[in-house]
Design a protein around this ligand. Sequence first.
Ligand SMILES: Cc1cc2nc3c(=O)[nH]c(=O)nc-3n(C[C@H](O)[C@H](O)[C@H](O)COP(=O)(O)OP(=O)(O)OC[C@H]3O[C@@H](n4cnc5c(N)ncnc54)[C@H](O)[C@@H]3O)c2cc1C
Length: 410
Amino acid sequence: MKRLLVIGAGTAGTMVANRLRRSLDPAEWKIVLVDPIETHYYQPGFLFIPFGMYQKSDVVKPKRDFVPAGVEMIKSTADVIEPDQNRVKLAGGRILNYDFLVLATGTQTRPEETPGLQGSEWYRSIFDFYTIEGALALAKHLRTWQGGRLVLNVVENPIKCPVAPLEFIMLADWFFHEQGIRDKVELIYATPLPGAFTKPIASKYLGDILEEKGITVVPDFIVEHVEPEEKKLVHYDETEIGYDLLVTVPLNKGDELMARSGLGDELNYVSVDIHTLLSLEHPNIFTLGDAAALPTSKSGSGAHFAVDVFAENFLRYIDGLEMLPSYDGHTNCFIESGFGKGLLIDFNYEVEPLPGRYPLPGIGPFALLQESEMNHWGKMMFRWMYWNILLKGQELPLPARMSMSGKWHR
Ligand SMILES: Cc1cc2nc3c(=O)[nH]c(=O)nc-3n(C[C@H](O)[C@H](O)[C@H](O)COP(=O)(O)OP(=O)(O)OC[C@H]3O[C@@H](n4cnc5c(N)ncnc54)[C@H](O)[C@@H]3O)c2cc1C
């Protein structure tokens, strides 16, 4: 029996286990999935919790519901990978050998790495929404908040779902309108980027929308520390932003497993061939999802397109065929913009988000880089698709590679 070991049963690891269990012969291949946490969180849903649109029950399901028959699930943490010996040590000392290893350990927030963030005011006047705990605590706080200056700060890039902070601040605008206190709330988006988004065309479109909504963008803001008692963010150049309520997107980092195993960069992300996801150093280790160092947005949709490519390539690889360098960094993200509307962006390593229609050229139904109600419904439908299609490794009628059809470009 050959053994395929998958570390991490989140979005990417679960999709891989489902896809490969169907295509690898169970008489020849054993698939083992390792993860210490039994609950699968639908992380895109964390965005809606602070505003009372989703409850905790809307974003959780047991991981086991998505583990196919014939895949062994081990509830444990991978402690160290020993690539030269083709084995992984689990916390507690158990050793798992592998023929092929897939790393899908994602990325996590590290508030403790910014001085002052997790101090006395954590979950009192400072909140995050990238964790279930943070999203729930913020929901509770917003139920009685009377207004003031709300600052949303991204500590450092890259972060998973880089549009989520924009969505948060636009939903906050809508939420405070609904509460009848928008005139008592100042909304500030302090970002280390030079504008609203990473890429210039989308940055212009999104920046204009923020301006129309009366949201102030503070660009190039690189926070050095937070002074929780004085309620201010302090930049490396000593400029300051005061707040009444701070919503932070803390530093994102890959799992320490990568540092312990000598596999990660300074943020614990794993270097791979960006078109095949194969390790640059080890010919039997792939990295999928947020754990990989890729020049595209870390996102569930990117992970999905990468798994599409990987699942086909892996079958070629084990048969001794060359892999097709097919993954092009394709990612798309709905951007909820409040008042029942949203935008959509679709891009890859080479092509930045452009206006147009998706997935059918000229028809859509989704509008690229434009607000529409249809985009909002696309975002809301996505949760159903995630649980029922994507995680189970079913194929969507969407090509893994990005298409220029339907995009308006100069
Ligand atoms: C607020 C928010 C909004 C988002 N919105 C969107 C969106 O609209 N669209 C979109 O496409 N994406 C969105 N995302 C991003 C998306 O959720 C992630 O990019 C996606 O889940 C990445 O999948 P992954 O498998 O790489 O990591 P994850 O799904 O995070 O899974 C990683 C798994 O690895 C496990 N693990 C970690 N370390 C170890 C270890 N040492 N041993 C064993 N197991 C380990 C963890 O327990 C976890 O189960 C959003 C994320 C957030 C936080």
